[in-house]
Design a protein around this ligand. Structure first.
Ligand code: ARG
Length: 461
């Protein structure tokens, strides 16, 4: 049995909680990182209680001063957590009461830990969203800078990981910048979801005192107040919205990581990663492993699990607050910490990567990447596309049997597939990319327009 002298809810209990129960129930190890937000929320609540005459003005002042001291102790690390501190809210209030006595015991007037914890969590989430928007911007800018540098680098574009058609390196990298643009919108949405103050919702039915909810909301920087107290304390939608952002971003970074893993392989040889973003092997002296990219590839699993974990926790929960909700922070913090690790590492990896333009260009010229361009040329000469596709397919077969690419086709090959009197077009990779001159295509002018467009958007994030 543990010491329960400082418990907040001991009144109706005869015995102390079992240690095994405390170990399961205590959330301090997870939620202690909410201390700044907890103190901000409590100071706002206490000032409002004083301003409204719900508690005496001198008690409100004593609470404010006491909380300033608690904050200083937490910031300096001298705050001593006690065995009965089951969560950060309990710890702060316990210490405040030690400092301010009965005034401290008035802090929780008209408030419940249920509206307190979600208020703290939303405040924390809004702060992380702001910081991560900047980190996301840095990654998008790194991609755009590499895209500018790679405007005239041609490479094979793939489907099924088979060389399909030539593209500009810029086009390939910008695909990821556009993904991040959508991720940024999801992040902004999560921040907006976290924008209504739940404070004043009480345990579930609303506060029993004439609290000024707008006053605390404004002081805490919220955009407004929640309209339904049960929804306010029983829902975690803003966390789900954030986790959905994180999961989708995780999937995008995983795919980007996968590209870099294989682009940096000896088989592809398209990119050399900076030593600062790679590591060696303890046994194989020649190895330089793309660990940052591999870890980015792996983290999507963790991020999607966090989203799925919280959704699972929420499913089937009757209103309003249930202790199940205490687990929300596990998922939220894990995802936010993972994104905090990933974004700067991916930004550095992308910014310092050295692309091998010659290796990419050589791969884009080899083989049959111009097959569709040849079929398109036949169509322009009056052939129905399906017939053109058939004839070029037969030519590809004949050339690959002879071990040559499309540019190695001779008169006999052409005649054998009915292309004897066809005027052969320019089958270079450059001609191929320039032919894709549609909005969103890989022709130079289109990619330049894309760069301008995405750059302007990212600037405004
Ligand atoms: N530690 C709790 C949590 O994170 C605080 C709310 C406790 N509320 C309650 N009714 N026991 O959810």
């Amino acid at each position: 049995m543990s010491d329960d002298a400082s418990r907040l809810w001991g009144g109706r209990f005869d015995g102390s909680p079992a240690e095994a129960f405390d170990a399961l129930n205590d959330s301090l190890p997870v939620d202690r990182r909410l201390w700044r937000e907890d103190i901000l929320g409590s100071r706002a609540h206490a000032r409002m209680l004083g301003a409204r005459g719900i508690i005496p003005a001198e008690d409100a002042a004593a609470i404010d001063a006491g909380l300033a001291q608690v904050e200083a102790e937490l910031a300096s690390g001298e705050f001593a957590f006690q065995p009965g501190d089951e969560d950060i809210h309990t710890a702060v209030e316990r210490r405040l009461t030690e400092i301010a006595g009965d005034a401290g015991r008035r802090l929780h007037t008209g408030r419940s830990r249920n509206d307190q914890v979600i208020t703290d969590t939303l405040l924390w989430l809004r702060g992380r969203c702001d910081a991560q928007a900047l980190a996301l911007k840095a990654l998008a800018q790194a991609l755009i800078a590499q895209a500018r540098a790679g405007l005239d680098t041609l490479m094979p574009g793939y489907t099924h990981l088979q060389r399909a058609q030539p593209v500009r390196l810029a086009h390939h990298l910008l695909a990821y910048a556009w993904m991040l643009d959508r991720d940024h919108r999801r992040l902004a949405f999560a921040r907006e979801s976290a924008g209504q103050s739940p404070l004043g919702s009480g345990a579930l039915a609303g506060s029993g005192f004439a609290v000024d909810r707008d006053m605390t909301a404004t002081e805490l920087g919220f955009d407004g107040i929640t309209p339904n107290s049960m929804d306010a304390v029983g829902s975690r939608d803003a966390l789900v919205d954030y986790l959905a952002f994180a999961a989708q971003l995780g999937v995008h970074l995983s795919r980007l990581g996968a590209e870099f893993v294989w682009w940096s392989s000896e088989e592809a040889g398209f990119v050399v990663l900076d030593d600062a973003y790679a590591s060696g092997s303890s046994m194989l002296p020649q190895k330089k492993n793309p660990d940052a990219a591999e870890l980015a590839r792996a983290k999507a699993s963790r991020l999607t699990a966090d989203l799925s974990g919280l959704l699972g926790t929420l499913s089937g929960l009757p209103l309003a607050y249930n202790k199940d909700l205490q687990d929300d922070k596990h998922y939220l913090f894990d995802a936010a910490d993972t994104i905090d690790l990933l974004l700067p590492a991916m930004t550095g990896m992308v910014a310092t990567a050295r692309f091998d333009a010659d290796a990419m260009a050589a791969a884009a010229e080899q083989g049959f990447l111009a097959a569709t361009d040849l079929a398109d040329a036949l169509v322009r000469q009056g052939w129905p596309f399906r017939k053109a596709h058939e004839a070029v397919g037969a030519l590809v077969k004949a050339c690959s049997e002879r071990g040559v690419g499309l540019s190695g086709a001779n008169d006999a090959d052409l005649a054998a597939v009915g292309l004897g009197d066809v005027e052969m077009p320019d089958l270079t990779a450059l001609a191929s990319v320039e032919a894709k001159d549609v909005p969103g295509g890989t022709a130079r002018a289109r990619v330049m327009a894309q760069i301008d467009d995405i750059e302007q958007r990212v600037e405004a994030w």
